[in-house]
Design a protein around this ligand. Structure first.
Ligand code: F6P
Length: 548
């Protein structure tokens, strides 16, 4: 941490003490321009952070912190394709996949535009083949169901997006996703499907992931059992950077769609990994999704910090995480079709920035990624919102809501929007003890009862939220939302001086699972080399299944 950064952080700490006693109610009352000033726009997308505990002075301090961290310089180097993933020695250039301009895309000294476009065109050709019913299974039946087998970045993005954009699905094909090595996941996904009409896409950057390869082998066995060994190639496609492994699995070369090692798994839905989305909504709508992401890239690259939505999101997150010590961040889409968006963001944010080592390998001295969680509103209101309103933990919230519905009833949507806005207002305003007492008195309750109940009906308020309010959730807007969060995550990593593009922490669990798998499967395998808890749990499992 540089001296300039430490000083900027100390200034923010001091500023927190100055404004800690100020309620947001007062901040709004004192400043009629608060809403227009503390909002940023990207044409039909509005980011409202006026219900955050910030003033102009706070924003100036936060921008000073960003300067001290050289955020804009790091952004420029990231967008220019420099080696920002220093532990794996490569750039992180997922933005190249959504750059639909004609300019060259230089990565590692080579112009990648033609290769990117060629791979996208191959995906589009295959998507069209499926969508038109031209693609047939081994027995001559048209393919009617597409099952994606993948996990993490090879599942969460496409699964989230296919659901989010279901009104734009024009293929008539059934779209399913299998990720968990729990056989129940595959069994449920296959339920009701006809093997002769089913195509599997095995999606794996590495083509070695245990869960995906296990599910892929079982899917293959399902096809072979129904249609015979020779049928398998007609029912499989693959998306991977590991072309030899996908060929070894038996996928026809013309059905293997590639991407590049400079695309991180959790940033890969813009690549061939987005194939299930392209199949569902069609290549043109998929391009609109890419275009939405690219618009945000341009905005992130050029907008001054105070108008730059991903930077603002990042800075407000830093304010909560590093100055107020808030450990979690809720994301609440008032959009049922964004039900998987919080899960998608969990990987994006927590796998990227769940780090405790700086670029230089030193222990991080400030807190990094928050715990990201959430569920769609209004359902969350009837589950965990009580804690948001009156719990002892303060949880910053991002609300997401569309002005108009897609293929849904307007009256329902009006209620949805009203609920979203009401929650933000309630969190911000709260209810004073006097207001609570007044309401109880108005109900005619005796004074003693008013006194007894008033504390329970008092809400502290001052609870922070931001709102992303956009016209409608179409492919372009979804692209924008995903890219906004991607760049928020990058900006925070830049401020924290950590590498957002590696994930070494996940590797240990993978290694240990691989070591334990044969011991779990074999009731006679020795467990003495294991720790006592793991050995004890294996013994208990053997007792339950009658293996010992
Ligand atoms: O969870 C760890 C991880 O490596 C993620 O980063 C990645 O998205 C996921 O596994 C799947 O990896 P692959 O696409 O190589 O199967």
């Amino acid at each position: 941490m540089t001296l300039a950064f430490r000083e900027a952080l100390a200034a923010l700490e001091a500023h927190r003490h100055e404004i800690a006693h100020r309620s947001m109610r007062d901040l709004f009352a004192d400043d009629p321009q608060r809403f227009p000033r503390l909002t940023a726009r990207l044409d039909d997308l509005l980011f409202d952070y006026s219900k955050q505990p910030v003033t102009d002075v706070t924003m100036a301090h936060l921008i000073a912190l960003a300067r001290a961290a050289r955020l804009e310089d790091k952004r420029d180097r990231f967008l220019a394709g420099e080696t920002v993933n220093t532990t794996e020695g490569r750039p992180a250039m997922h933005m190249a996949l959504r750059d639909l301009s004609r300019r060259p895309i230089m990565i590692g000294g080579a112009d990648m535009r033609a290769a990117i476009e060629a791979e996208r065109a191959r995906c589009a050709g295959f998507a069209d083949e499926l969508r038109s019913g031209r693609a047939r299974g081994a027995s001559g039946k048209p393919i009617r169901a597409v099952v994606n087998i993948g996990i993490g970045g090879s599942d969460l993005g496409p699964a989230m997006a296919v659901r989010a954009l279901s009104p734009f699905a024009t293929s008539g094909l059934v779209s399913r996703f299998v990720s968990n090595v729990d056989g129940a996941d595959l069994a449920d996904a296959l339920n009701g499907l006809d093997p002769g009409e089913t195509l599997f896409i095995v999606s794996s950057k590495t083509f070695t992931t245990l869960e995906t390869m296990t599910n892929a082998r079982s899917a293959r066995a399902w096809i072979v059992a129904a249609l015979g060994e020779a049928a398998a190639p007609a029912h499989f496609a693959a998306v991977s950077t590991n072309l030899p492994a996908s060929a070894a699995f038996g996928v026809r070369p013309d059905r293997v769609f590639g991407f590049w090692d400079w695309v991180g798994g959790r940033y890969s839905m813009w690549s061939s990994i987005g194939l299930p989305l392209m199949i569902a909504i069609g290549p043109a709508a998929f391009e609109a999704f890419l275009a939405g992401g690219h618009e945000v890239d341009r905005h992130f690259a050029t907008a001054p910090a105070i108008d730059n939505i991903p930077m603002l999101m990042a800075l407000i997150g830093v304010w909560h995480r590093n100055v107020w010590g808030r450990a979690t961040q809720a994301v609440i889409p008032y959009d049922q079709r964004l039900a998987r968006f919080p899960a998608y963001l969990q990987q994006l944010d927590m796998e990227s920035n769940g780090k405790s080592v700086t670029h230089a390998g030193a222990a991080a001295t400030i807190a990094t990624a928050p715990i990201v969680w959430g569920e769609p509103g209004t359902n969350g209101q009837h589950a965990f919102f009580q804690l948001l309103h009156q719990g002892t933990e303060i949880v910053p919230v991002d609300f997401l809501v569309a002005a108009e519905p897609i293929a849904a009833d307007k009256a329902h949507h009006d209620l949805l929007v009203a609920n979203c806005l009401a929650q933000g207002e309630a969190l911000m305003r709260g209810r004073t003890r006097d207001e609570a007492a007044e309401g109880l008195s108005a109900q005619g309750l005796p004074e003693a009862e008013v006194e007894r109940l008033a504390p329970h009906k008092t809400f502290a308020g001052n609870r922070p939220s931001s709102t992303l309010f956009y016209r409608r959730l179409d492919p372009r807007m979804l692209g924008r939302l995903v890219a906004l969060y991607e760049h928020k995550v990058f900006a925070q990593a830049a401020i924290w001086d950590i590498n957002a593009f590696d994930q070494w922490g996940v590797e240990l669990g993978k290694e240990l699972a691989t070591r334990l798998a044969p011991i779990v499967a074999d009731p006679a395998a020795k467990t003495d080399a294991l720790d006592a808890s793991t050995a004890g749990l294996i013994a208990w499992r053997r007792r339950l299944v009658g293996g010992a």
